[in-house]
Design a protein around this ligand. Sequence first.
Ligand SMILES: Cc1cc2nc3c(=O)[nH]c(=O)nc-3n(C[C@H](O)[C@H](O)[C@H](O)COP(=O)(O)OP(=O)(O)OC[C@H]3O[C@@H](n4cnc5c(N)ncnc54)[C@H](O)[C@@H]3O)c2cc1C
Length: 306
Amino acid sequence: MYQISKIIETADKYGFTAKENESMSKHTSFKIGGDAQLFIEVTSNEGLIDILTKCKELEIPVFILGKGSNLLVSDDGIDGVVIKLGGVFTQIKMLDSETIYCGAGVALAKLCSYACDKGLSGLEFAWGIPGSVGGAAYMNAGAYGGEMKDVISSCTHIDADNKVGTYGVSQLDLSYRHSVYSENHFVITAVTLRLHHDSEVEIRNRMNDYMGRRKDKQPLEYPSAGSVFKRPQGYFAGALIQEANLKGEQIGGAQVSEKHAGFIINKGNASCKDVMELVRLVQDRVKKNSGVDLECEIKPVGRFNI
Ligand SMILES: Cc1cc2nc3c(=O)[nH]c(=O)nc-3n(C[C@H](O)[C@H](O)[C@H](O)COP(=O)(O)OP(=O)(O)OC[C@H]3O[C@@H](n4cnc5c(N)ncnc54)[C@H](O)[C@@H]3O)c2cc1C
């Protein structure tokens, strides 16, 4: 088994909070997931590099957690180390009158508010997407015709050799729910965003409009991970699921939302297994009904025997 004690020693050296057997249900918007073998909130760059280096030497797997809003964590938990970014990774500052530097651990909502307060437009679409800035860059999160690709100018990361590097937007390979980080699994530590000036009132109005639309259409009163499936070319996943008469379909505590068929909600005590079975049922029935393959947007993480 992994030499977790060495990583705990390293975390202690930097004063990081490290918890063994931490339930991931506390760290995911689905409120689902078994225990992470070791969960560390990392608050300095130097400490992050040290921990990543030790994990690499000891061949301990590492998972970088954002706000856990796009994850389906196994009931059997996650082997190795789960890292959450705090401390220096939660800084936001202006680099010039239209450029914001933002740590990857900052909540996207906080960044949107910060930009609005400065009278900077471009991020309104992201108001209501419940993730971190690092997670949003990794996923190229988007809504209402906007996406992170439109506003990111660069990302700073720690690469596979544990060296600090920066990619400009053209190197990020941002496309629908995809970035270069989906393949190389570098750790994003900060993002710079280029916005443009507009009236604070106008920006706030657009943010409120988008939030209102979310509240009308999405089952925000239940834990979920947002849209379960990617948008298939030429279709909407929610409409295909609804046409297959799957609204309200339930396995265990997991249910296809009655309000928005693209969401699976946790009605209380849903397990990862319940969600996985429901996902498969939806994929099968939609394929039979409309011939379309639905691909998961949510990311399975942890120990799966499938
Ligand atoms: C109610 C609801 C509504 C949603 N609406 C939308 C929407 O409109 N549009 C949309 O695009 N998404 C939406 N989502 C999905 C989700 O919020 C986004 O995908 C979000 O960007 C995920 O960010 P996160 O910080 O929670 O990442 P996590 O879920 O924690 O992680 C997602 C992936 O990113 C990786 N990651 C996270 N941080 C880092 C980092 N610093 N460095 C390297 N890798 C990292 C993780 O390892 C993982 O692979 C919604 C979710 C919910 C629950």
